[in-house]
Design a binder for this molecule. Structure first.
Ligand SMILES: C[S@@+](CC[C@H](N)C(=O)[O-])C[C@H]1O[C@@H](n2cnc3c(N)ncnc32)[C@H](O)[C@@H]1O
Length: 262
């Protein structure tokens, strides 16, 4: 069995810490100073461990733990929307997927988990302060999962990265865009999609959705679906039974899926 390189430590309040199993004492935010390798090598998965004043459960770092414990800089797509993009774009092992912007890599982590060793993920990000965080999150995922795709990262804006993308691949199975402005990106990348391939846009406000829709049509893409995925969490009620939990019933973004059909 491959040596574990990453561990997940889960606090009693549910907060997840992703820990590199280095053999040296380091300070970990929210935990304190400890030597992860020495401390955790004798703690079985599923067992509790006391570090400083807190108690943690030692778990394997699966995607939900890595996602909850990831570093965040740019606003991150949640699993609800990341998952539906993967399903509706039909992404799986062996696909070539183009994604902009990388941001904190919330979407990229979900993509990398399903692309397998035969897939190819191309990410683009113009802001270094975002890509440093996003690439670190992807690196931790790569150390934690058995299969990771080929990953090419391009510094810059997607509109001006087309030549560099085309030195990597001649076409792509899917494009995912989470940008402040989608139209110029859609116009720049539409020709890269294979026939049958799909493009998605993540649009926090409805004006972005409308502009993305128009740009897809002008670029020869067929808008297949646009809408919002509503998530409503339920829990156990104090006097028995189940009910929706109290808390925000919020909006994340409008999603658009378009297909290249000819
Ligand atoms: C909301 S964040 C993306 C978050 C990412 N989807 C995630 O789940 O972590 C949007 C990112 O797009 C980047 N961006 C803005 N304009 C861009 C462009 N023209 N091409 C590529 N990336 C761009 C921003 O710097 C930012 O990091």
């Amino acid at each position: 069995m491959a040596e574990e390189k990453i561990a997940a430590l889960v606090e009693e309040n549910g907060r997840v810490h992703i820990i590199e199993l280095v053999d040296e004492s380091r300070k970990f935010k929210g935990i304190g100073v400890f030597n992860p390798k020495q401390t955790l090598s004798s703690v079985a998965l599923g067992a509790a461990v006391q570090i400083g004043s807190k108690t943690f459960t030692h778990l394997p770092p699966r995607l939900p733990e890595l996602f909850q414990g990831m570093k965040r800089r740019a606003q991150t797509i949640g699993s609800k929307d990341a998952g539906i993009f993967i399903t509706r774009l039909g992404i799986g092992p062996g696909d070539v997927v183009l994604e902009a912007g990388l941001g904190s890599a919330g979407q990229s982590m979900h993509l990398a988990r399903v692309l397998g060793a035969t897939g190819h993920l191309i990410t683009i990000e113009p802001r270094e302060e975002h890509s440093v965080v996003g690439l670190e999150n992807l690196e931790k995922l790569a150390q934690a999962v058995p299969e990771f795709p080929k990953h090419s990262h391009i510094d810059g804006r997607i509109e001006t990265a087309i030549d560099e993308i085309e030195t990597n691949v001649s076409n792509v199975d899917a494009v995912l865009l989470d940008l402040p402005e989608h139209p110029s990106a859609i116009r720049a990348v539409a020709h890269l999609l294979k026939i049958g391939g799909r493009l998605s846009c993540y649009c926090p406000v409805s004006s972005q959705l409308e502009q993305a829709w128009i740009a897809c049509e002008e670029s020869g893409l067929n808008v297949e679906w646009a809408g919002e995925i509503i998530e409503r969490e339920w829990g156990k009620a104090s006097k028995g039974g189940m009910r929706p939990v109290n808390g925000p019933f919020g909006h994340t973004a409008f999603l658009l899926i378009a297909q290249k059909m000819s």
